[in-house]
Every structure is written in C-alpha cells, then in structure tokens.
Write a protein that binds this ligand. Structure first.
Ligand code: ZN
Length: 165
C-alpha cells in the first residue's frame, strides 16, 4: 500500500475517531429514550473519569416536566456521592442544556460541561438566556460543544420526522 492510499481524508478521520466513552454512553441513552417515546437526550456525570450517574430524558415516563436527562443525572450523582457540590464532576449531554438545566449545572458547581448538538430553539448555554454569562450566575463551568454532534443531530431529526403527521 502506498502512503497516498493509507491516508484518510480529514472528514473520514473525524468520523472514525472514537468518541469519549461518556459521550458514547450519553448518545446510547438518548437512543434508548427515543425508543421509550421520549425526546432523545442522554446525560452522563463522570468524576475523575468514572461514570457516577446517567439518565435519558424521562418527562413522559415520570410525568415530570423537569425530568430532563441532565436533571435526573445530576440528582442521582449528588445522591450517590452524598453531596450537592459536584465540583469534581463533569457532565456529558447529547444536546445543549436548556436554561433550567444550565442553572442546575451552575448550582451543582459542575466543573465541565460537554455537549454534542447545539439547540438554537431551546438551548440556554450558547443560545437564548446564555445562563453562564449572566451576572446572577455564580459558577461557570468550562464548556465544550460539538463532540458527537452529527450523531446527536441525526437522532433528533429522526425522532421528530417520525412524529410528523
Ligand atoms: Zn433541560
């Protein structure tokens, strides 16, 4: 094989590059949520690289409008770790968190937020109220976006396309 043949295009390299394990898990939780009739969003909390809590959207299943994947995962992480301060934790989500979840992330003092797809309609981090930029926001996590974006966007597109009459 020549060197030219061995080279992958930059796009192919991005596609084949494995996702971080927590984001891979968040996308799988989102897919499971869709199967259960929930909007496909998954969230994973890690502490020092280990998953401590995870959830998919559960608004319908729990009949709770606040049961967004992030809220459920943050509550479970705090419960399991026995503290409301998750300052040694990271949150991985398949979709940009809404204003409610962004506020909860700040209140929990989560160190880093990584999300896959941006949400121009309902997001509260890079869109809408941009919670972490507000003067009333007293803890701003490090924010990374776009990790697993294409797969997360595809999940949401499929879910809403299937629902259209
Ligand atoms: Zn939310």
């Amino acid at each position: 094989m020549t060197i030219a043949h061995a080279r992958a295009s930059p796009a192919a390299m991005v596609r084949s590059f494995p996702l971080p394990v927590p984001m891979r898990r968040a996308l799988d939780l989102a897919a499971a949520a869709a199967t259960a009739g929930e909007v496909p969003v998954g969230a994973v909390v890690t502490r020092h690289g280990t998953i401590v809590a995870e959830a998919g959207n559960a608004m319908r299943g729990q009949a709770d409008p606040t049961a967004h994947a992030e809220m459920v995962a943050i509550r479970d992480a705090a419960y399991r770790l026995g503290t409301p301060r998750l300052d040694e934790c990271e949150l991985w989500v398949s979709l940009e968190p809404c204003a409610m979840c962004a506020s909860a992330i700040s209140l929990a003092r989560i160190a880093r937020l990584t999300f896959a797809a941006e949400d121009p309609k309902g997001g509260g981090v890079l869109h809408g109220p941009r919670i972490f930029t507000q003067p009333t926001c007293h803890h701003r996590p490090e924010v990374l976006s776009g990790i697993g974006e294409s797969e997360a966007s595809e999940q949401l597109r499929h879910f809403f396309a299937d629902r259209r009459p």
